[in-house]
Design a protein around this ligand. Structure first.
Ligand code: COS
Length: 384
């Protein structure tokens, strides 16, 4: 972990003030309403939090991935749903444009995205292509007028109901598996794009996950992101960053749950003393604290690698795996510390418990992270 620069210190103070004064008081309502929090996201945009690592040149805040990870943790410690919205927008939609887009694409798309005026989404997952992402069916073909026609169905697309800009992955020939896949930049208002109703989910209420259908959608040739056939590698490189965002979100969820459990254990008295004095509770809290801190270190290590321009696959997957399992374990134990109070909505812990689960599932399940890690360490040049 490194020292923050003066600019980063100022930025994180801004995030903390926003979280404390505006987001935390709204978090319960966002969960209960289960509606995309338009106003909150608008404020995030005003504060530069929808374009944190976008350079000033493209009207972003020009900060590091390191600071971005800390900010997503802060946001998620109050509202995991808002953490999801920020992370999916920033890591999965803004970053691939920044990394693989042409100057013209960046100039056109990044400024409104960095200000939160245009929300982004990432259309990879399909009803029958989740973990096996290369098996996707959404297809494209060359159009007579030098563009592309896109058809197919995507599933569980975060932010889709409000998104303006989508990164869509489609294949020209399924027999080529991942080598047939290309990435496209799509305006969600294009004719033929149909966004379905947000799914009713266990947690992260307010962060919409929708089915999206493409019915012969025409895309001019300027919409291709990177080269034809590079789509799968673009998706995987993007997910290396996305997994840092979700790991940071998991640290935030774990921290939110831990803080509530620790505060309760210090004040709740049973058998004549605060329950934190009982080893069963004190040790539970000690384990939570240790794992949260270890998770944060992995997240920040991955973010540092991303800032250095290196491939962060190994650390991204370790961070996502460990932080997600820590979030689930911490939230489960935190509910246990509060007992009956942990199980009722007034105490908010049940929200953290519900929200934690998704971190073990999306942007590559824990099983997929283990698979990625096992694949990495099979490589001849593997080194920590
Ligand atoms: N960065 C850049 N390129 C990568 C990469 C990465 N992190 N990981 C893999 N690649 C490249 C490989 O180098 C290979 O390239 P070549 O064309 O040169 O051979 C190509 O991508 C295919 O890699 P691989 O053979 O490992 O692909 P698989 O089909 O076996 O899939 C997994 C690998 C399972 C890891 C991948 O499908 C995956 O991550 N699945 C989960 C998807 C996911 O997270 N979905 C959530 C969506 S958002 S909610």
């Amino acid at each position: 972990m490194r020292e923050l620069t003066q600019e980063e210190q100022l930025a994180i103070q801004t995030v903390r003030a926003f979280v404390k004064n505006e987001l935390a008081p709204m978090a319960k309502k966002i969960d209960e309403d289960d509606v995309f929090p338009v106003e909150t996201v608008r404020k995030l945009g005003e504060l530069g939090l929808m374009g944190m690592f976008v350079p000033n040149e493209w009207e972003g805040a020009g900060l590091s991935h390191y600071l971005y990870a800390l900010a997503v943790e802060e946001i998620s410690s109050a509202s995991a749903a808002v953490g999801t919205i920020v992370s999916a927008h920033s890591s999965l939609a803004v970053w691939p444009i920044l990394r693989f887009g042409t100057d013209a694409q960046k100039k056109r798309l990044l400024p409104p995205m960095a200000k939160g005026e245009a929300i982004g989404c990432f259309c990879l997952t399909e009803p029958e292509a989740g973990s096996d992402a290369a098996n996707l069916k959404t297809s494209y073909s060359k159009h007579a007028s030098d563009g592309y026609t896109l058809s197919g169905a995507k599933a569980f697309i975060t932010n889709a109901s409000r998104a303006k800009t989508a990164i869509v992955f489609a294949t020209k020939d399924r027999s080529l598996r991942h080598r047939g896949i290309s990435a496209f930049l799509l305006d969600m208002e294009t004719p033929g794009v149909l966004v379905g109703k947000p799914e009713k989910k266990l947690g992260i209420h307010g962060a919409d996950s929708c089915p999206v259908d493409f019915d012969e959608v025409f895309l001019p040739k300027e919409c291709l992101l990177g080269n034809e056939g590079d789509g799968f590698r673009i998706a995987m490189a993007t997910l290396d960053g996305g997994r840092i965002g979700i790991a940071a979100q998991a640290v935030g969820i774990a921290r939110g749950a831990f803080e509530r459990a620790a505060a309760y254990a210090r004040t709740r008295a049973q058998f004549g003393r605060p329950i934190v004095e009982f080893q069963a509770i004190g040790w539970m809290l000690a384990d939570m604290l240790t794992k949260i801190e270890a998770s944060r270190m992995l997240v920040l290590r991955a973010a540092e690698l991303k800032d250095s321009g290196g491939r962060s696959t190994l650390y991204s997957s370790m961070a996502k795996l460990f932080a997600a399992e820590t979030a689930m374990e911490t939230a489960t134990k935190a509910v246990q510390v509060l007992g009956g109070y942990g199980y009722i909505k007034d105490y908010e812990l049940e929200r953290f418990f519900r929200d934690a689960k998704i971190t073990e599932i999306y942007e590559g399940s824990s099983e997929i992270q283990r698979l990625v890690l096992a694949n990495e360490l099979k490589k001849e040049n593997f080194a920590l």
